[in-house]
Write a new protein. Sequence first.
Length: 736
Amino acid sequence: MTQSRDFTIEPSKLVYTIGRNEDSEIYLNSPQVSRFHAQLNVLGDSSLEIEDLDSKYGTLVNGRRVKRQSLRDGDKILVGIFEFVVQINAMGMTLKFPVKKPESNFVAEYDLAYHSSLLIGRGKNCTIVLDSQQVSRIHSRIEKTHENQYTVVDLGSTNGTFVNGRRIEKKILKNKDIIQAGPIRFLFLDGTIYQLNEKDIVRMDIVNIAKSVNKVEILRDTSLSILPREFVGILGPSGSGKSTLVNVLNGNILPDCGKISLNGTDLTKNYASFKSAIGFVPQEDIVHPELSVWDTLLYAAELRLPEDMNMDEKRKRVEKVISTLELDERKHTKVHSLSGGQRKRVSLGVELLTEPSLLFLDEPTSGLDPGLEQKMMQLFRRIADSGQTVIMATHLLNEMALFDLVAIVFEGDLVYYGPPSDLVSYFKVEKPNDVYNRLYYPPEGGWVQRFKNSLYYKEYVVGRLKMNKESALSSQVKAENSRDGFEGMIFFNQQFSGLRQFKTLSKRYISIISHDIVNVCILLGQAPVIALLLILVFVNYRNVWSLLFSLSLSAIWFGCINSIKEITKEKHIYARERVVSLKLAPYLFSKVVVLSGLCVVQCCVLMAMVSLFVPFEGSVPLMFGVVLVSALCGLTLGLAISAMVNTTDKALGVLPVILIPQILFSGTVVNIDNMIPVSQIISNFMICRWSYGLLKKISVWESGAVFDTDMLVLVAFIPVSILVALFFQKRKDIRR
């Protein structure tokens, strides 16, 4: 075992391991070296090869990443920050260590003088292999197009390739350009590509941010710095601004002023290129309770992971996440049957699928008993230890010792940021749980001034921000913020196939409905019950017009009641998926298509039963067509209402307001010609008026009525309602 010294290769020993594992023959102690990084294979007295052992950052020979490479005298090998030279001569084989590069944010460099092109992706055949779920198998390529001119080309990647914060298809590179594939960034500098160590090393710096809502200050002049792999708790009494701070930090809410930086790059201005690296578990569950743990995570994997990952890879990723969350024995259990802590773990699992570099948690242990709280906190601690930066908002102090640092927020102000072990002495209380009471009795000058005068502020805020400002990395990439094109912000830049999302969402929605047997039975059971009631009323008294009106109104009811809760009841799931990858049209049309099938069954049962016992004149198939179109009009109208409101109670409250006018202005209660002008105008917007009118025409053998203007008006309600639903649902976008 050795580090940073010449190493003689003995021909009698066939394999020499290189890595961070202390048992390695060549021991290299650096976080940029994998535990089992590479191995030297001795092929003879003067023949040697190096083999990469699927290391995270790769093994480079003469600036080129290799899997297995024969070595010659004078070859330069780069493993992490260690560069050594191979000597093969008559005296034997030796590895010399002339250079130990300083620890930096560069994990690899590729001299373009050795490459006509660099292929970037997740695939093992790429020149630059990136171990990230947000990177496509074949993501992008950097190629030489002219003398000393290089071009980066996106190869149809799922999450896109960015240059200086803007998504590109093809772009000629300029000196100091920043290229981004998934969460990994590269610096193009003087003919060399430098890979920045950002997948597992993400630093967040917050400077003077503030946020007001309705002229009420929620956050005031808040600054702090969070280093890579830290587990930071944002604590404070209820209503102190914790959740707002978390949502500002993760990009969901735009601050009124100030700056939030990830590794020196402005998050607010470049959110589109960073959002795939940010995970967020809100207070509300972001999983469907009807699905099993396995199905929940598998559908999430289909929606979030790159489309070039096959199903076997996605299933393996789901298995790994389930194992990490210790849910192996519960993976086939429905989410609604899980305990509170287990449900929260499933929500967490949805975020862990994409291996985010930054993980935000908003009150994840709220409502859990002390035992479950402890288990969850220990899980978050393990996630931080594995390489992710974890930021958690909570008002609970029982497991505070697991945090690296805690930020105390009180009435919108940051009043402490430092080690949890010093909290008691800083606030001069006997135990941590007394801190919140102490906040209401400020010292002279107030808590904010005391904090800014403290050593904690100088070390953990001012000191860290100063260190970041003066870092070598900042000076090398400072040009990225000055480029004119770098200032553009991309909102909800969708990268996934709409058709593929539609298929996945439809399949998931069918699964959700099929697992909610009671609700399905109630919805389907309405058709025979209403049909039976109509039969009882009209079997001996055949008032045809009243019967046709009842059929029209029943169909509209079916559509509305099927859909009016379907969007608003999963608003929290939608909001999170929308930020990550979800397109609006596939989401809405998956609802329309699946629920249309439900309407077809309901209308078939209704028409079959009624026509069997209450014969009426006219073409039954044509009448069925009109009744079905009426149900679809009601369905899309229900979706539009669901998109307009934010709770299921409000949606159901609107339902009578929608259906009663269908009765009053349909021309049944009062003939339309006898209405006042305003009422006649209102009647034009009633589905029932046009549906009922068509049914009357068909009943008197006007079979061509189904193709006249009334039918066009009736059908037009469907796209109009869909457009209204799309408009109001788009307004719910968090960052609009």
